[in-house]
Design a binder for this molecule. Sequence first.
Ligand code: FAD
Length: 428
Amino acid sequence: MKRTAARHVAVIGGGPAGLMAAERVSAQGIDVTVFDAMPSVGRKFLLAGRGGLNLTHSEPLDAFLTRYGTRAAELAPMIEAFGPAALRDWAASLGIDTFVGSSGRVFPTEMKAAPLLRAWLARLRSQGVKFAVRHRWQGWVDTAPTQILRFSTREGERYAEADAVILALGGGSWAKLGSDGAWVDLLRARGVDIADLRPANCGFDVSTDFATDTANANKGWSTHFLERFAGAPIKSVAARCTDPHGHEHTRSGECMISPTGIEGGLIYALSAPLRDSLHASGKATLHLDLAPGRSLERLVADLSRPRGSRSLASHLQGQAGIKGVKAGLLRECLPAAALNDPAQLATAIKALPLRLIAPRPLDEAISSAGGVRFEDTLDGTMLRALPGVFCAGEMLDWEAPTGGYLLTACLASGHAAGLRTIDWLNTH
Ligand SMILES: Cc1cc2nc3c(=O)[nH]c(=O)nc-3n(C[C@H](O)[C@H](O)[C@H](O)COP(=O)(O)OP(=O)(O)OC[C@H]3O[C@@H](n4cnc5c(N)ncnc54)[C@H](O)[C@@H]3O)c2cc1C
C-alpha cells in the first residue's frame, strides 16, 4: 500500500459523534473518510427524530453536568467546550432553529432529525468528507507506523490506511440500526479496558409473585390485567427506589404497562439505580405513588368513609380519584384483604411495591451504559493502548438520562475527539 503525503483520518461510525468528529477534522483541510457498516449513516439519529429529536437541555450548565453522574468530571471539559449553547448555534448554522419546550428540553422547531442530517451531510461533503458505507470494521491488519484497517464489504474484505482513526461505533442497543457492540471484543483483544455494555434508559420485567426468589419468580402480569391495560399510560405518578449504596432516588412523571413489565420516561429516569440493584443483589423494588397530590392521612380518612353498596372501583374513584390502570394495578398487586382495608389500601396507593426481576435486553434500550473506560484514555478520547486511535460518543463509558443529555455528550465528545486528532497529527 502506497503512502500519500496528505494526512488521512478514518472515522469509523457515522452516528452523531462520528459525524461531528469528521466535521472538525475536515474543517482543517485534512482528508477524512467516514466508514459505516450500514447502507447509510445516522440511522439511530433519525430514529431519535421520531420522538422530536431532543437535542439538548436548557438548564444551567452546572446542573446539566450532574446528569452524567460519576462521569461528570470526565465529560465536563468536553461539554464546556461544546455544550448546549454551542450545540444550538451549530444547529442554527445548518439552518435548523431550535426551541426550548416546557420541560426545558431543546428540540428543532420542526421536531425532526432528517432536515438536520441532510444539511449536515451536505456540509460534510462540501468540506471534502468521503463516505464508505456497507463497510463493517473488523479491526486492524497493522497499527503502526500507519494504521491499516480491515473492513468486510459486499465485495469481500477491504483495507484502508489512515494516519489516525476515530472510533465512534455507538453502544449496543437497536443493533438493527448499526450499533451492535461487536467492537467490544475487537478492542479488548488489543488490550483496551472496557466496562461491559448494559442497558440504560430501559424498561423492566416485573413479577407480582413476591414469594419466590428472582430467578424462579413468574414474569409479567396476569392475562386479565394485560388484556385490559397493555400499553396503558400511568399518568401523574411518583416513583421511588433505593440504589445498591442505600441512596434513595425519586422521580415523578409518566410510565406505561409493557407486555412483561413497565417502561416509559419515569422508569428510564430511575433505570440506572434499578439496574444496578438487580445486578448487585438480584433484587429491585420500585415504589409507585399513585396519588402524589394526596397525603396518606387524607387517603386513609377518605377511604374509611362508609362504602355502602358501592363497588370497590367506584369507592376508589370517588374517594381517592383512583381509576383505570391505577385501580387495575392495585387489584393486580394486592391481596383481597388489603384491598378491603382502608389503611392498607391507602398505604399501597402511596407506595405500591412493584417487584422488578430484570432489565429489558440491551437491544431494546434507548442507550447503553459501559464502554471504553476513561481511565484507559488520554484526555478522555485517545486510547492509551493504541496511540492515534480516538473514541467518541456512546461507546465511551458514561450514561445519562433522556432529556437531550445523550446527544449532547455524543456531539461534545465527537467535537473533542476531532480536535485532539488534529493536535495529535500536528505533533506526530
Ligand atoms: C428510540 C431512541 C430515541 C432516542 N432519542 C434521543 C433523543 O431524543 N435525544 C438524545 O439525546 N438521545 C436520543 N437517543 C440516543 C441517541 O440517539 C444516541 O445516544 C446516539 O445516536 C449515539 O450516537 P453515537 O454517534 O455514539 O452512536 P450511533 O448513533 O449508535 O452511531 C454508531 C454508528 O457506528 C456504526 N457502526 C457500529 N459498529 C460498526 C462497525 N463494526 N463497522 C462500521 N460501522 C459500525 C453504526 O452503523 C452507526 O451508524 C435515542 C435513542 C433511541 C434508541
